[in-house]
Design a protein around this ligand. Structure first.
Ligand code: NOJ
Ligand code: CA
Length: 676
């Protein structure tokens, strides 16, 4: 199955193996990134493995412990010695099926260390380090061997010992979800976190700790080590019986990743996590297509509609056709329909959902056919409520139904406590379930948008039908909670989004929706909603509001125009928790999104990235001078100006505001109009 299909465009620039013995002493080896700045050192002290990392001679990770504790066996971290080590360099450029850039450079130096216990049971363990210019990945391999066959990991002993009491942006450790607001504190104030955690060091470096290629293993959280200051330890999400990972050799762990950058924007531009995943496993990817989608969705969250039956049922044939008419008229290629299938009346009560049977007022086949005639595809929806056995019983027939009808994408949901009891959303058992769903979806040609998902770890490289996922406190929180403050979306790009695309669901135009929920609102200006389409990356990007709220809105033009797939991405301004400006290129056109927190500010954008000697038309959607998320969120100025690569735009962002710009090559007519 694995064919390296997505490497067609890739160029193997260099591949060199350098077998060598330990480069320093027998107990210490090291590897340095291609640019020489990232330095990883590995040592054995009294039989215990440690690693450390520095950047440009600044300590990033102080000597930190590695190893495992198994159930009913001696720990594998105490009597080890190096039996062999080797290095290689690797440099390729591969072409993603979709992404933030159209090519990805994967350039690293790798160190493989083979370790063996000096005393019985003489088990072996390998550790691989990859030193990239933008960080480090390392993973453990437990090779096939006589004295280690089936095993149960009780604890992974990996530590991250930071050099000082840096500050960090983090969400608390939670085995079920990532839907939290971020906190910004010093490391000493943290007890336990979900990853990614993003850190600013005293020396002005930006770090982010996460994992890549989470396959057949438990999700990693980090908990503070009481006895050792500024130190965190891998705390794996357990099975119901307390075991963390159940497997047999040969087996390998996910990569533990440490992104390193000299400015926060480079964290966003890094491809470290996706590079640490296997190449595309799918022969044919022509059916995988990024797109915008509308949904019978926001109405349920605000109370206009219900998922379940009754007078406000949203997913009726008639309503779906109304949405399709709107989507078709305004060039939106897809429509998500939630609440179409039987079970919502018993949601969270067990064995609720039937993924094959529509509610009586909804004719799935008829709706799909109507959409086809109008050029709008339907995105299916499977809310499992966390009841995995019920879903797995039906999954083949449910996927087959969608494929037969021509439904190309599916949103899954896991809102609820996992059944069987005691399993967690982020434990090994669920990691394997989420992966099975992605693989099966590929067989049935379905793209996946997972809600209440396992965290992204770059699997999209291997299975590019794994498009996007939630795993973030998204727009829906504004509908029914105390909401997401203006600052939230200036943190998320530097934390959760480093892991992968996000189905945040931007584009709410009726910012107060008083008709449905008087006490809830959106904490942004209208212009900021537009900017989120560029800032928050998702190959399936929702156009989340009710159709009626987009009618006769000149700003809707930006949402109609903005693409969902990119050739280039540049972060132009970045201060975590304050502001961010991102420019993304699609074909000849550039789109810029700039957002601020609760403070107004002026930001500059130098257009030096445009082709020189070329004239462009910039359509600017800006907060007007009197705009303010609280009292005057709808005040937007739309202007058009001719620009070239020597220009610098000055952006004025309102409190809770933003600005969105489309820049495309100017037409002869536009150039003449300015000259006249
Ligand atoms: C939570 C999801 O995040 C949301 O998008 C969905 O509408 C509900 N669950 C129901 O499935
Ligand atoms: Ca959710």
């Amino acid at each position: 199955m694995r064919s390296g299909f997505n490497l067609i465009f890739s160029t193997m620039l260099m591949l060199a193996f350098l077998m060598c013995s330990a480069s320093k002493t027998k107990n210490a080896v090291s590897v340095v990134s291609p640019d020489g700045k990232v330095d990883v050192n590995f040592t054995i002290q009294d039989g215990v493995p440690y690693y450390s990392v520095s950047y440009d001679a600044k300590i990033v990770i102080q000597p930190s412990r590695l190893g495992f504790r198994f159930k009913s066996a001696t720990p594998m971290e105490e009597k080890l010695s190096i039996i062999e080590s080797s290095q290689k360099s690797f440099n390729e450029t591969w072409k993603p099926v979709w992404g933030t850039t159209d090519k990805v450079r994967n350039h690293y130096k790798e160190l493989i260390i083979k370790l063996k216990e000096k005393t019985p049971p003489n088990r072996q363990m390998h550790i691989i380090f990859r030193a990239y210019n933008d960080g480090v990945g390392f993973r453990y391999i437990l090779p096939e061997q006589p004295n280690l066959k089936d095993f149960e990991i009780m604890s992974e002993e990996t530590q991250f010992c930071f050099a000082d009491n840096h500050t960090a942006w983090w969400i608390p450790s939670d085995y079920e979800g990532y839907e939290h607001l971020y906190r910004h504190t010093s490391l000493s104030e943290i007890e336990a976190v979900n990853t990614p955690i993003t850190i600013e060091t005293q020396e002005g470096l930006y770090l982010s700790i996460h994992e890549a290629d989470l396959t057949d293993y438990a999700g990693m959280t980090l908990s503070a080590v009481k006895e050792k200051q500024f130190t965190f330890k891998s705390e794996l999400v357990p099975w119901p019986d307390g075991v963390k990972v159940k497997a047999s050799t040969p087996h390998r762990t996910p990569w533990r990743t440490i992104q390193i950058a000299t400015n926060p924007g480079s964290l966003i531009e890094s491809h470290l996590i996706v590079n640490l995943n296997e190449p595309c496993a799918l022969e044919n990817t022509s059916w995988i297509k990024p797109m915008k989608y509308m949904g019978i969705w926001w109405g349920m969250h605000t109370g206009k509609y219900t998922w379940h039956t009754g007078p406000k049922h949203g997913a009726t044939t008639e309503n779906a056709k109304r949405y399709i008419d709107f989507a078709s008229k305004y060039g939106m290629p897809a429509l998500l329909i939630e609440g179409w299938n039987v079970g919502w009346d018993y949601w969270l009560k067990g064995h609720a959902f039937d993924f094959l049977t529509s509610y009586p007022d909804f004719d799935l086949e008829n709706v799909v056919q109507y959409g086809r005639e109008k050029g709008v595809v339907i995105i299916g929806h499977h809310e499992t409520g966390g009841d995995i056995p019920t879903y797995e019983e039906q999954i083949d027939s449910a996927f087959s139904l969608y494929e037969k009808l021509g439904i190309p994408a599916l949103k899954t949901g896991y809102a609820g406590t996992i059944v069987p009891e005691g399993q967690h959303h982020h434990g090994q058992w669920m990691v394997n379930h989420y992966r099975m769903v992605v693989q099966k979806a590929a067989e049935y040609h379905l793209m996946i948008d997972a809600h209440e998902p396992i965290k992204p770890t770059g699997i999209r490289r291997t299975y590019p039908n794994m498009m996007t996922r939630e795993g973030v406190r998204g727009m829906e929180y504004n509908a029914w909670s105390d909401g997401n403050p203006p600052e939230h979306t200036t943190i998320v790009p530097f934390t959760r989004m480093l892991a992968g695309p996000m189905d945040y669901t931007p584009g709410i135009f009726d910012l107060t929706f008083d008709e449905y929920r008087k006490d809830n609102r959106i904490y942004t200006t209208l212009a900021k909603q537009l900017a989120l389409y560029v800032v928050l990356y998702s190959p399936l990007q929702m156009v989340a509001d009710l159709p009626k709220n987009y009618k006769n809105q000149p700003t809707f033009k930006f949402i109609q125009d903005v693409p969902t797939d990119w050739d280039e991405t540049k972060v132009l301004n970045a201060k975590i928790g304050d502001y961010v400006t991102i420019a993304r290129k699609n074909d000849e056109n550039w789109y810029i999104g700039s957002i601020t927190d609760e403070n107004s500010r002026m930001l500059k954008v130098a257009l030096a990235f445009l082709d020189s000697g070329k004239k462009y038309t910039a359509s600017i959607y800006a907060d007007a001078s009197d705009a303010d998320w609280k009292d005057n969120p709808y005040s937007v100025d739309i202007t058009k100006v001719l620009v070239n690569n020597t220009d610098t735009l000055l952006m004025s962002l309102a409190p809770g505001g933003g600005q969105a710009i489309e820049i495309r090559p100017a037409t002869e007519e536009e150039i003449r109009a300015v000259l006249d």
